[in-house]
Design a protein around this ligand. Structure first.
Ligand code: SF4
Length: 172
């Protein structure tokens, strides 16, 4: 019998439930996609007091097509809500560093989940489907903490996924 896996988290961003992590944690370079340089870990100057974007709805026109295209795959709201219970780094600046670290790790988790979900839509032979589900289980623990995320990114699951993906070549 196939073991039932825990439910998947949302794999699309919900900015309304996120502490604007991409607008603070990520760096960007001025060019075609961004109108300005911004270092990692500093809030974008376009971020308003309510953690919204002043350029919302006209990002491309203002030279921020890279922001319009960016998709965290649901990692941002998950870090904000599940790990930090809705707290934000602006109210409590001491949270910025752990939130940045958790966001980077959770993006890896969600990128892996997206790949594993996409692989699940292929008509895989039974041994490969079993392997996919075993790796998926490692990406779906009951809960995450910063310590668990740290252990995850340096642990075996991402390596197993990296070794698994090339095996799908004949079914893509
Ligand atoms: S331009 Fe808007 S969406 Fe892009 S990083 Fe700045 S605040 Fe965020």
């Amino acid at each position: 019998m196939t073991e039932t896996l825990p439910p998947l988290p949302e794999l699309r961003s919900d900015c309304s439930a996120c502490a604007a992590l991409c607008c603070m944690a990520l760096a960007f370079d001025a060019g075609d996609d961004f109108a300005i340089d911004k270092p990692a870990g500093l809030p974008c100057p376009n971020l308003d007091e309510a953690m919204g974007c002043r350029l919302y709805g006209r990002l491309e026109a203002e030279g921020f097509a890279g922001c319009a295209r960016y998709e965290c795959a649901g990692a941002g709201q998950r870090v904000s809500q599940e790990l930090f219970e809705g707290a934000d780094w602006r109210t409590d600046p001491a949270l910025a560093a752990p939130m940045i670290e958790a966001f980077a790790a959770m993006r890896k988790v969600h990128e892996g989940l997206e790949l594993l979900v996409a692989a699940g839509r292929l008509d895989l032979p039974e041994p490969l489907e079993r392997e996919r589900r075993a790796i998926l289980a490692a990406y779906l623990p009951e809960s995450w903490s910063l310590e668990a995320l740290r252990a995850f990114v340096s642990g075996g699951a991402p390596t197993r996924l990296a070794a698994f993906l090339p095996k799908l070549r004949d079914w893509v």
